[in-house]
Design a protein around this ligand. Structure first.
Ligand SMILES: C[S@@+](CC[C@H](N)C(=O)[O-])C[C@H]1O[C@@H](n2cnc3c(N)ncnc32)[C@H](O)[C@@H]1O
Length: 404
């Protein structure tokens, strides 16, 4: 984790970030940009701060238990939480001018107790543990433990501009150390703490930051030059850009979403990446979809989902989300599948994907869709397990349209 304690100013920054997330309900990335802007932090110090804040959020209930406090008390008792974190990791306490300490005996007893309660030890809220157990049974404990680990940093090589070996060498010259990733040809894992977005390689569009699991999902689209491809829930285009590279800039790639600001950001990224065959279109009503009936060789539906496969990266979501949100998302996924699948032409392929590992959003959705739509035939599916891959968790299924 860290090899030395946080400085007092970094400790205070972590407390301020957590206060914004836990008491004001702000997303973690917004809390980082709010607190980091205007500060001239070295990339390595920034990395230390995000490491600690991220880990605290991944196992918030465990650290709060060790510090004998509730998460809502962060503003008042933040120094105690940070002391508990340092004690847990065997580090000296940060040297804050005012600090609330914890008796070593109390800490040891609480830690021994927490080790007997595995969901608590893995930082899992009760509702999520119940859901995971009900949905995944014996597979859940390993996923739960893996979701408590720090995420790794991955890049996707932009094959429109360079090859992975070339990118690796260029980045090394800019002080960024990387290594290849088994089984994911376009991916490089970043193994140094370097800032990525200030590099010339990034500015020249040679890579995007993208989890290796997400790259695997995009690879499953298997788009060819000259095809007509629709990415119907494109967001800011993480997968659209991978698909554009598969198409080598030839053919038509339509990126759609219900949020214009995401499509605007996609356009900017596409320009930087030299992906010139992408057209964006806002989904204003069901007519936008109807007009594209039976037109696409590939349709990717990377649907809105619970995001329960990507909690390593978005640990704040665990403490904001509630189980009530899931049925609403499941219905939306079902509606999107039913309606947007009309855009696939005969012999074309529909790719359904989520960043969830819960069968209710994944295979069960696909089975229900196939039962109601016999003109589609199942090809294959895959759950990218957080525990097995070390990547974020995803699901993808491929179905082919047989007849109109
Ligand atoms: C999982 S995210 C997509 C991530 C994106 N494909 C990527 O790889 O970066 C799901 C997207 O679906 C969009 N969305 C939500 N409701 C939608 C709908 N009814 N039709 C199309 N897109 C929708 C959201 O705005 C969001 O951008």
């Amino acid at each position: 984790m860290l090899n030395a304690s946080l400085s007092p100013s970094s400790t205070e920054l972590v407390i301020n970030v957590l206060t914004m997330v836990l008491n004001e309900g702000k997303p973690l990335d917004r809390a980082y940009s709010h607190h980091f802007s205007g500060l001239k932090l070295a990339p390595s110090e920034q990395a230390r701060i995000t490491t600690v804040a991220g880990d605290l959020l991944r196992r918030l209930n465990l650290y709060c238990y060790l510090a004998d406090m509730a998460p809502a008390d962060i503003e008042r008792l933040g120094s105690r939480l940070l002391n508990a974190w340092h004690m847990f990791h065997g580090l000296e306490l940060p040297k804050l001018p005012y600090t609330l300490t914890i008796e070593q005996n109390d800490f040891d007893q609480r830690l021994a107790q927490a080790k007997l309660d595995l969901p608590l030890f893995d930082g899992c809220p009760e509702w999520l543990d119940e859901l995971g157990t009900a949905q995944m049974g014996s597979l859940w404990p390993a996923e739960r433990a893996a979701l408590a680990m720090a995420p790794q940093r991955f890049l996707r090589t932009n094959l429109l501009k360079c090859q992975p070996e070339e990118l690796q060498q260029k980045l090394a010259r800019e002080g960024v150390q990387t290594q290849r990733v088994d089984g994911v040809d376009t991916a490089l894992q970043v193994i140094s703490d370097s800032a990525l977005f200030r590099t010339d390689s990034f500015k020249a569009g040679l890579f995007e930051q993208q989890d290796a699991g997400s790259q695997q999902v995009a690879a499953a689209v298997n788009a060819k030059p000259g095809m007509r491809v629709i990415d119907a829930c494109a967001g800011a285009g993480g997968k659209t850009l991978s698909i554009a590279a598969q198409m080598q800039g030839k053919g038509r790639l339509l990126a759609m979403d219900v949020e214009q600001w995401k499509l605007d950001s996609l356009k900017q990224r596409a320009r930087r990446g030299g992906a010139h065959n992408i057209e964006t279109r806002l989904i204003a009503s069901s007519k936008t979809i109807k007009r594209l009936k039976l037109t696409a060789d590939r349709v990717l539906l990377d649907v809105p989902c619970s995001g329960l496969g990507v909690l390593k990266r978005n640990p704040d979501a665990k403490w904001r989300d509630t189980p009530e949100r899931l049925p609403v998302l499941v219905q939306l996924q079902k509606d999107i599948l039913q309606s947007y699948s009309r855009m696939v032409k005969v012999d074309g392929i529909l790719i359904y994907a989520t960043c969830s590992i819960m069968p209710q959003e994944n295979r069960q959705q696909v089975d229900a869709f196939l039962a109601a739509n016999p003109h589609f035939s199942f090809m294959d599916d895959e759950t990218i397990s957080v525990a097995e891959s070390g990547f974020d968790g995803f699901y993808l299924a491929r179905m082919q349209r047989i007849t109109e």
